[in-house]
Design a protein around this ligand. Structure first.
Ligand SMILES: [Zn+2]
Length: 195
């Protein structure tokens, strides 16, 4: 499966989803046969498969496939990684930025691989807290660095569009391992990502 797009959709999954989304439209009071909606169930079916393709991907495999021996032992930071995910409670999007750092212990990985790991876990039904920890765990277990730091800042459409309708609230989650549990190292990281 390609990283950025699904080339071929599983026909059985797609047709099952199409039937269900057609029924959803009817239950919501729409006429699923009207012109503008005719292809909508199929579009949703494909969009949903795209947005949940992370279930078919393995973050550890991505990291282990691009693990290089390197003596560099300073903090490596990838900041402002665009993030799009869906909350598992409402299946509505949440989106924002992830900032990831690690301190190598003999191994480094390609910087783009860190961004891919974020996508692998973001393209599933998620809660922001679990997403944060899954990214940390995958990097910690694959690269065995001296420490990993993950900070995610995101806006949740389920909060913005419904319920409390808080338009500007930003949810921040963080997870730290190893040397980042030390206050000084953590403070250095937070400063470098502008927090
Ligand atoms: Zn939600």
């Amino acid at each position: 499966m390609a990283y950025n797009k699904i080339e071929t959709f599983d026909e059985k999954v797609t047709s099952g989803l199409v039937d269900h989304y057609k029924e959803c439209l009817e239950l919501l009071g729409e006429d699923s046969e009207r012109e503008g909606l005719l292809k909508t169930p199929e579009r949703i079916a494909k969009a949903m498969q795209f947005l949940t393709q992370g279930y078919q991907q393995d973050a550890r495999e991505i990291l282990n496939g691009a693990r290089f021996t390197e003596a560099y032992s300073e903090m490596v930071i990838v900041k402002d990684i665009e993030l799009y995910s869906m909350c598992e409670h409402h299946m509505l999007p949440f989106f924002g930025k992830a900032h990831v750092a690690y301190i190598p212990n003999g191994y480094i990985t390609g910087l783009s691989k860190i961004a891919r790991v974020v996508d692998v876990y973001a393209r599933r039904l998620q809660v922001q807290e679990r997403l944060t920890h899954q990214i940390l765990d995958a990097i910690q277990e694959s690269l065995m660095p001296e420490g990993v730091a993950v900070v995610i800042e995101a806006q949740h459409l389920c909060m913005m569009m419904r319920g409390v309708q808080k338009q500007n609230s930003l949810t921040t989650t963080s997870a730290f391992s190893g040397q980042f549990q030390d206050g000084t190292t953590r403070a250095e990281f937070m400063k470098l990502i502008g927090k």
